[in-house]
Design a protein. Structure first.
Length: 139
């Protein structure tokens, strides 16, 4: 399908960003690379969740004052966002927890830079579908 687009989303897990992105790109067919957006979650997907403190508060009752502490201001810089969430939410489970927090997330207020880059890339990809651009019209 010439209108098909793909998003490759991968947890970075501390690997060098450009190297990992290059390796993933090389696995994509060269004639389809312009139709594929590769986005890396900087450290862990949980950083994206912590990027919206109000969503965490609504999902689990964690006080926003706690989430407004300095270490949470740049969620992508957290060494282990998953562990931070487990400290904030005893018994936190990755899949069900992510789903619960995601229900409350507001895209525009997320503080995670990697989440914002992902979202902008996704919007651009959707625009190529809605706008009817084919692969020959893309960069």
């Amino acid at each position: 399908n010439p209108r098909a687009r793909f998003v490759v989303l991968r947890d970075n897990d501390g690997a060098p960003c450009s190297e990992l992105k290059k390796r993933l790109s090389e696995k994509c067919p060269s004639n389809r690379r312009s139709l594929i957006k590769i986005r890396l979650v900087m450290q862990m997907l949980e950083a994206w969740l912590l990027g919206d403190p109000l969503a965490v508060e609504k999902a689990y009752g964690v006080k926003r004052q706690i989430l407004n502490r300095r270490k949470f201001r740049d969620p992508d810089a957290l060494a282990n966002a998953s562990e931070e969430l487990k400290k904030l939410v005893p018994g936190y489970q990755k899949v069900s927890g992510a789903r619960e927090i995601a229900k409350h997330m507001k895209i525009q207020q997320n503080k995670s830079r990697s989440f914002k880059v992902f979202w902008e890339g996704l919007e651009a990809l959707v625009a190529t579908i809605v706008g009817g651009q084919g692969p020959e019209e893309e960069e």
